[in-house]
Design a protein around this ligand. Structure first.
Ligand SMILES: C[S@@+](CC[C@H](N)C(=O)[O-])C[C@H]1O[C@@H](n2cnc3c(N)ncnc32)[C@H](O)[C@@H]1O
Length: 222
C-alpha cells in the first residue's frame, strides 16, 4: 500500500468497503448503483486492469476471424469495462449480466452489449438455455458477498460444450475470502474430475488491481 498515491488510497478504500464482507447482498447492489457514475474514475485502467486481462484472455481462446460469431456473457459486467475491451478484440455479440441497475445503466450508455440480464449469478437457474454461450467471462465479480462458489454449476450449464470460461479475480481472495478459502479451487477441481470442464490455465498476474496480483482461470467446458 505504501506505493499507492493519495488518490489511489481513496479509491482503494471505496472499493474495499464493498468487498469487506460486512454487507448484505442487497446492500452491495445498492452500493454499486450509487457508485456507478464514479466507478470508472476510481477503478481506471492502471489502478484496475482486470477488464483488459479478461478480454486478452478471451481473445486467446478464439481465433480473431471467428470472434464475431462468439456469443459472450460478461458476468458481473458492472459499467461495461470488460465489454469495451472485448469489442476492441473483435467480439461483437456480448451480453451483460449484473444485479445492479445503476451499473447497468452506465453499461447501456456504451453501446457495446447486445443484451442485458439484470440478475445475480448464484446457484439458481438463470433465464438462459443450456449451452447458450460460447464464452462466459468475469472480471472483478469474485469477492466477499459477490459470486458464490456454487455459481460455477450455473456457468457450466450455460456454456456450450467446447466453450470457454475466463475468470479474473484478485489472487488473495482465494485465500482470505471465507466463501472461497479451501472451497473455490477444490470445487473447480471436483468439477474437472467429474468431466464437466478442463482447466486450460491458472495464471497469477501482477498489477491486477491497486498493484495487487490477480488470478486468471481458463476452463474449457466439456
Ligand atoms: C468490481 S465490479 C466489476 C465490474 C466489471 N466487471 C469491471 O471489471 O469493471 C463487481 C460487480 O459485480 C456485481 N455483482 C455482485 N454480486 C454479483 C453476483 N452474485 N452475480 C453477478 N454480479 C454480481 C456488482 O453489481 C458489480 O457490478
Amino acid at each position: 500500500m505504501e506505493t499507492l498515491s493519495a488518490d489511489d488510497h481513496t479509491a482503494y478504500h471505496v472499493n474495499a468497503k464493498v468487498f469487506n464482507g460486512n454487507m448484505e447482498k442487497h446492500e452491495i447492489k445498492e452500493y454499486y448503483s450509487k457508485w456507478a457514475h464514479q466507478y470508472e474514475k476510481d477503478l481506471a485502467p492502471g489502478r484496475y486492469n482486470g477488464p483488459t486481462m479478461a478480454a486478452e484472455t478471451c481473445a486467446h481462446c478464439f481465433n480473431e476471424d471467428y470472434r464475431e460469431n462468439v456469443r459472450v456473457l460478461d458476468v458481473a459486467a458492472g459499467t461495461g469495462a470488460v465489454g469495451e475491451q472485448l469489442i476492441k478484440k473483435g467480439f461483437s455479440d456480448i451480453h451483460a449480466l449484473d444485479p445492479s441497475e445503476g451499473m447497468l445503466e452506465v453499461a447501456k450508455s456504451k453501446n457495446v452489449y447486445t443484451k442485458f440480464l439484470n440478475e445475480y449469478l448464484t446457484e439458481e437457474k438463470l433465464p438462459v438455455p443450456d449451452g447458450y454461450y460460447n464464452c462466459v467471462t468475469s472480471s472483478g465479480g469474485m469477492g466477499d458477498g459477490h459470486i458464490p462458489c456454487e455459481a460455477l454449476y450455473e456457468i457450466i450449464r450455460i456454456v456450450k460444450s467446447g466453450g470457454c470460461v475466463v475468470i479474473v479475480m484478485r489472487e488473495e481472495y482465494i485465500y482470505n475470502v471465507p466463501e472461497y478459502k479451501d472451497r473455490l479451487e477444490p470445487l473447480m477441481d471436483q468439477l474437472e474430475a467429474q468431466g464437466k470442464w478442463t482447466r486450460m490455465e491458472r495464471r497469477v498476474v501482477p498489477n491486477y488491481a491497486f498493484k495487487k496480483s490477480g488470478l486468471i482461470f481458463v476452463y474449457k467446458v466439456q
